[in-house]
Write a protein that binds this ligand. Structure first.
Ligand code: PAF
Length: 280
Protein backbone atom coordinates (compact mmCIF):
# COMPACT_ATOMS: atom_id res chain seq x y z
CA UNK A 1 0.00 0.00 0.00
CA UNK A 2 1.29 3.46 -0.93
CA UNK A 3 0.88 6.72 0.98
CA UNK A 4 0.62 9.82 -1.22
CA UNK A 5 0.81 13.36 0.08
CA UNK A 6 0.43 15.28 -3.19
CA UNK A 7 -2.37 15.50 -5.73
CA UNK A 8 0.15 14.69 -8.47
CA UNK A 9 1.15 11.37 -6.87
CA UNK A 10 -2.51 10.32 -6.60
CA UNK A 11 -3.24 11.30 -10.22
CA UNK A 12 -0.19 9.40 -11.52
CA UNK A 13 -1.14 6.26 -9.62
CA UNK A 14 -4.82 6.36 -10.58
CA UNK A 15 -3.94 7.05 -14.24
CA UNK A 16 -1.70 3.99 -14.20
CA UNK A 17 -4.56 1.85 -12.84
CA UNK A 18 -6.93 3.31 -15.44
CA UNK A 19 -4.49 2.41 -18.23
CA UNK A 20 -4.68 -1.17 -16.96
CA UNK A 21 -8.50 -1.02 -17.12
CA UNK A 22 -9.02 -1.15 -13.37
CA UNK A 23 -11.98 0.28 -11.42
CA UNK A 24 -11.32 2.62 -8.50
CA UNK A 25 -13.24 3.15 -5.25
CA UNK A 26 -12.78 6.13 -2.91
CA UNK A 27 -13.36 6.23 0.86
CA UNK A 28 -13.08 9.83 2.09
CA UNK A 29 -12.25 10.08 5.82
CA UNK A 30 -10.83 12.48 8.37
CA UNK A 31 -8.75 9.69 9.88
CA UNK A 32 -8.65 8.24 13.39
CA UNK A 33 -10.23 5.25 11.71
CA UNK A 34 -12.59 2.91 13.56
CA UNK A 35 -14.67 -0.15 12.64
CA UNK A 36 -17.17 2.08 10.82
CA UNK A 37 -14.47 3.35 8.44
CA UNK A 38 -13.08 -0.15 8.14
CA UNK A 39 -16.48 -1.43 6.99
CA UNK A 40 -16.49 1.24 4.24
CA UNK A 41 -13.00 0.25 3.08
CA UNK A 42 -13.85 -3.47 3.14
CA UNK A 43 -16.98 -2.86 1.09
CA UNK A 44 -15.03 -0.69 -1.38
CA UNK A 45 -12.34 -3.38 -1.70
CA UNK A 46 -15.02 -5.97 -2.50
CA UNK A 47 -16.51 -3.80 -5.27
CA UNK A 48 -13.47 -2.20 -6.94
CA UNK A 49 -10.07 -3.30 -8.29
CA UNK A 50 -8.27 -0.58 -6.33
CA UNK A 51 -9.30 1.51 -3.33
CA UNK A 52 -8.06 4.96 -2.33
CA UNK A 53 -8.67 6.13 1.25
CA UNK A 54 -8.25 9.85 1.90
CA UNK A 55 -7.19 10.85 5.41
CA UNK A 56 -7.59 14.61 5.72
CA UNK A 57 -8.93 16.63 8.64
CA UNK A 58 -10.64 19.25 6.50
CA UNK A 59 -10.35 22.67 8.18
CA UNK A 60 -13.08 24.11 5.93
CA UNK A 61 -15.87 22.04 7.50
CA UNK A 62 -15.16 23.12 11.11
CA UNK A 63 -16.80 26.24 12.56
CA UNK A 64 -14.67 28.79 14.45
CA UNK A 65 -15.53 27.38 17.91
CA UNK A 66 -15.40 23.72 16.89
CA UNK A 67 -12.82 21.00 17.52
CA UNK A 68 -10.43 21.34 14.53
CA UNK A 69 -7.32 21.58 16.74
CA UNK A 70 -8.27 18.79 19.12
CA UNK A 71 -9.71 16.44 16.47
CA UNK A 72 -7.92 13.10 17.11
CA UNK A 73 -5.15 12.16 14.67
CA UNK A 74 -3.00 9.01 14.39
CA UNK A 75 -1.63 8.50 10.90
CA UNK A 76 0.46 5.42 11.72
CA UNK A 77 -2.53 3.58 13.09
CA UNK A 78 -4.72 4.77 10.20
CA UNK A 79 -2.21 3.49 7.64
CA UNK A 80 -2.20 0.08 9.38
CA UNK A 81 -6.03 -0.06 9.35
CA UNK A 82 -6.13 0.84 5.63
CA UNK A 83 -3.51 -1.74 4.75
CA UNK A 84 -5.24 -4.47 6.73
CA UNK A 85 -8.57 -3.68 5.07
CA UNK A 86 -6.97 -3.95 1.62
CA UNK A 87 -6.68 -0.32 0.44
CA UNK A 88 -4.12 0.26 -2.31
CA UNK A 89 -3.42 3.96 -1.69
CA UNK A 90 -3.84 6.41 1.18
CA UNK A 91 -4.02 10.09 0.29
CA UNK A 92 -2.85 12.15 3.27
CA UNK A 93 -2.34 15.74 2.11
CA UNK A 94 -1.34 18.80 4.14
CA UNK A 95 -4.02 21.53 4.23
CA UNK A 96 -1.78 23.64 1.94
CA UNK A 97 -1.89 20.88 -0.71
CA UNK A 98 -5.71 21.02 -0.73
CA UNK A 99 -6.15 24.78 -0.23
CA UNK A 100 -3.38 26.80 -1.83
CA UNK A 101 -2.96 30.47 -0.97
CA UNK A 102 -5.76 32.49 -2.51
CA UNK A 103 -8.13 29.50 -2.64
CA UNK A 104 -11.58 30.99 -3.25
CA UNK A 105 -13.91 28.51 -4.98
CA UNK A 106 -16.61 26.71 -2.99
CA UNK A 107 -19.52 24.35 -3.51
CA UNK A 108 -22.69 25.68 -1.88
CA UNK A 109 -25.98 23.83 -1.89
CA UNK A 110 -29.35 25.53 -1.48
CA UNK A 111 -31.33 22.46 -0.53
CA UNK A 112 -30.77 19.76 2.11
CA UNK A 113 -28.18 21.77 4.05
CA UNK A 114 -30.26 24.18 6.11
CA UNK A 115 -31.93 21.85 8.62
CA UNK A 116 -30.57 19.16 10.96
CA UNK A 117 -26.80 19.64 11.44
CA UNK A 118 -26.78 22.60 9.03
CA UNK A 119 -28.78 24.67 11.53
CA UNK A 120 -26.14 24.69 14.25
CA UNK A 121 -23.20 24.24 11.81
CA UNK A 122 -24.05 26.79 9.09
CA UNK A 123 -20.76 26.52 7.13
CA UNK A 124 -20.22 22.79 7.63
CA UNK A 125 -21.72 21.42 4.41
CA UNK A 126 -20.03 24.04 2.25
CA UNK A 127 -16.74 22.69 3.62
CA UNK A 128 -17.79 19.07 3.16
CA UNK A 129 -19.04 19.60 -0.42
CA UNK A 130 -15.95 21.57 -1.42
CA UNK A 131 -13.48 19.00 -0.11
CA UNK A 132 -15.47 16.02 -1.44
CA UNK A 133 -15.72 17.70 -4.88
CA UNK A 134 -11.94 18.21 -4.82
CA UNK A 135 -11.38 14.56 -3.84
CA UNK A 136 -13.73 13.45 -6.65
CA UNK A 137 -11.75 15.59 -9.12
CA UNK A 138 -8.40 14.29 -7.87
CA UNK A 139 -9.24 10.57 -7.69
CA UNK A 140 -12.07 10.39 -10.30
CA UNK A 141 -13.39 7.19 -8.68
CA UNK A 142 -16.10 4.90 -10.07
CA UNK A 143 -17.68 4.64 -6.62
CA UNK A 144 -17.41 6.58 -3.36
CA UNK A 145 -18.41 5.26 0.06
CA UNK A 146 -20.01 7.20 2.93
CA UNK A 147 -21.42 6.07 6.28
CA UNK A 148 -25.10 6.44 7.08
CA UNK A 149 -24.20 7.76 10.52
CA UNK A 150 -23.70 11.12 8.79
CA UNK A 151 -27.05 10.70 7.05
CA UNK A 152 -27.39 14.35 6.04
CA UNK A 153 -23.85 14.31 4.60
CA UNK A 154 -24.71 11.19 2.60
CA UNK A 155 -27.84 12.87 1.16
CA UNK A 156 -25.95 16.11 0.42
CA UNK A 157 -23.04 14.36 -1.32
CA UNK A 158 -25.43 12.22 -3.39
CA UNK A 159 -27.29 15.34 -4.47
CA UNK A 160 -24.07 17.18 -5.28
CA UNK A 161 -22.71 14.26 -7.34
CA UNK A 162 -25.95 14.25 -9.31
CA UNK A 163 -26.20 18.05 -9.72
CA UNK A 164 -22.60 18.33 -10.90
CA UNK A 165 -22.83 15.23 -13.17
CA UNK A 166 -19.89 13.45 -11.58
CA UNK A 167 -21.04 10.04 -12.81
CA UNK A 168 -19.75 8.56 -9.55
CA UNK A 169 -21.90 6.00 -7.73
CA UNK A 170 -22.41 7.18 -4.14
CA UNK A 171 -22.77 4.22 -1.82
CA UNK A 172 -24.22 4.60 1.67
CA UNK A 173 -23.12 2.01 4.24
CA UNK A 174 -24.87 1.02 7.50
CA UNK A 175 -23.99 2.50 10.89
CA UNK A 176 -21.51 0.37 12.83
CA UNK A 177 -22.15 0.24 16.59
CA UNK A 178 -20.29 -0.77 19.72
CA UNK A 179 -21.68 -3.89 21.40
CA UNK A 180 -23.75 -1.72 23.73
CA UNK A 181 -25.30 0.22 20.83
CA UNK A 182 -23.23 3.42 20.77
CA UNK A 183 -22.61 4.45 17.14
CA UNK A 184 -18.87 4.33 16.35
CA UNK A 185 -17.38 7.81 15.98
CA UNK A 186 -13.89 9.29 16.17
CA UNK A 187 -15.38 11.82 18.61
CA UNK A 188 -16.29 9.05 21.12
CA UNK A 189 -12.67 9.32 22.27
CA UNK A 190 -13.54 12.70 23.86
CA UNK A 191 -15.96 11.03 26.30
CA UNK A 192 -15.07 10.35 29.95
CA UNK A 193 -16.22 7.00 31.40
CA UNK A 194 -19.30 8.64 32.87
CA UNK A 195 -20.10 10.44 29.58
CA UNK A 196 -19.53 7.24 27.60
CA UNK A 197 -22.32 5.59 29.67
CA UNK A 198 -24.57 8.64 29.28
CA UNK A 199 -24.06 8.57 25.49
CA UNK A 200 -26.00 5.30 25.29
CA UNK A 201 -29.15 7.39 25.65
CA UNK A 202 -28.99 8.33 21.93
CA UNK A 203 -29.42 4.78 20.67
CA UNK A 204 -31.84 3.93 23.46
CA UNK A 205 -34.11 6.86 22.54
CA UNK A 206 -33.90 6.18 18.79
CA UNK A 207 -34.70 2.49 19.34
CA UNK A 208 -37.89 3.46 21.20
CA UNK A 209 -38.79 5.83 18.35
CA UNK A 210 -38.27 3.02 15.85
CA UNK A 211 -40.41 0.66 17.94
CA UNK A 212 -43.24 3.22 17.95
CA UNK A 213 -43.12 3.52 14.15
CA UNK A 214 -43.02 -0.26 13.78
CA UNK A 215 -46.08 -0.54 16.02
CA UNK A 216 -47.99 1.71 13.61
CA UNK A 217 -47.59 5.22 15.08
CA UNK A 218 -47.91 7.74 12.21
CA UNK A 219 -47.65 11.04 14.10
CA UNK A 220 -44.10 12.38 13.64
CA UNK A 221 -44.49 14.84 16.54
CA UNK A 222 -45.32 11.99 18.93
CA UNK A 223 -42.23 10.09 17.81
CA UNK A 224 -40.07 13.20 18.23
CA UNK A 225 -41.53 13.79 21.69
CA UNK A 226 -40.86 10.20 22.78
CA UNK A 227 -37.24 10.40 21.59
CA UNK A 228 -36.70 13.82 23.23
CA UNK A 229 -38.30 12.75 26.53
CA UNK A 230 -36.01 9.73 26.80
CA UNK A 231 -32.90 11.80 26.00
CA UNK A 232 -33.96 14.38 28.60
CA UNK A 233 -33.92 11.71 31.32
CA UNK A 234 -30.10 11.72 31.04
CA UNK A 235 -28.67 14.60 33.12
CA UNK A 236 -25.44 14.81 31.06
CA UNK A 237 -27.33 15.11 27.75
CA UNK A 238 -28.34 18.38 26.07
CA UNK A 239 -30.37 18.11 22.86
CA UNK A 240 -29.17 20.07 19.82
CA UNK A 241 -31.96 18.63 17.68
CA UNK A 242 -34.38 15.73 17.41
CA UNK A 243 -35.96 15.59 13.94
CA UNK A 244 -38.17 13.30 11.93
CA UNK A 245 -37.84 14.19 8.23
CA UNK A 246 -38.44 12.79 4.77
CA UNK A 247 -35.31 10.90 3.67
CA UNK A 248 -35.91 12.30 0.18
CA UNK A 249 -36.03 16.01 0.98
CA UNK A 250 -34.79 16.16 4.60
CA UNK A 251 -37.85 18.37 5.24
CA UNK A 252 -39.75 17.85 8.54
CA UNK A 253 -42.90 15.76 8.14
CA UNK A 254 -46.14 15.54 10.10
CA UNK A 255 -47.05 11.99 9.15
CA UNK A 256 -44.86 8.91 8.75
CA UNK A 257 -44.96 8.05 5.06
CA UNK A 258 -42.41 6.71 2.57
CA UNK A 259 -38.77 6.68 3.63
CA UNK A 260 -38.24 8.53 6.88
CA UNK A 261 -35.07 9.68 8.64
CA UNK A 262 -35.19 10.10 12.43
CA UNK A 263 -32.02 11.92 13.48
CA UNK A 264 -30.62 13.37 16.68
CA UNK A 265 -27.67 15.54 17.67
CA UNK A 266 -26.97 15.63 21.39
CA UNK A 267 -24.24 17.20 23.49
CA UNK A 268 -22.89 14.80 26.09
CA UNK A 269 -20.87 17.19 28.20
CA UNK A 270 -18.94 19.18 25.55
CA UNK A 271 -19.03 16.44 22.92
CA UNK A 272 -21.66 16.68 20.19
CA UNK A 273 -22.78 13.23 19.02
CA UNK A 274 -25.14 12.32 16.19
CA UNK A 275 -27.15 9.17 15.48
CA UNK A 276 -30.15 8.19 13.37
CA UNK A 277 -32.23 5.52 11.72
CA UNK A 278 -33.89 5.36 8.32
CA UNK A 279 -37.14 3.46 8.01
CA UNK A 280 -39.58 2.79 5.19
O1 PAF B 1 -17.33 12.17 7.11
C1 PAF B 1 -16.19 12.67 7.15
O2 PAF B 1 -15.26 12.15 7.77
C2 PAF B 1 -15.92 13.97 6.41
O3 PAF B 1 -17.01 14.83 6.50
C3 PAF B 1 -15.50 13.77 4.94
C4 PAF B 1 -16.62 13.16 4.11
C5 PAF B 1 -14.28 12.89 4.89
C6 PAF B 1 -15.15 15.11 4.31
O4 PAF B 1 -14.11 15.73 4.98
Amino acid sequence: MKIAVTVKEVRNQVNEWRRQGMSVGLVPTMGYLHEGHKSLITRAVSENDKVVVSVFVNPMQFGPSEDLESYPRDMDRDAAVCEEAGAALVFHPEPSEMYHEGFSSYIDMNTLTEGLCGKSRPTHFRGVCTVVAKLFNIVVPDRAYFGQKDAQQLAVVRHMADDLSYGIEIIGCPIVREEDGLAKSSRNTYLSNEERKAALILNKALSEGKKLINSGEKDADKIKATISDIINTEPLARIDYVEVVSWDTLEPIKEINGQVLAAVAVFIGKTRLIDNFIIS
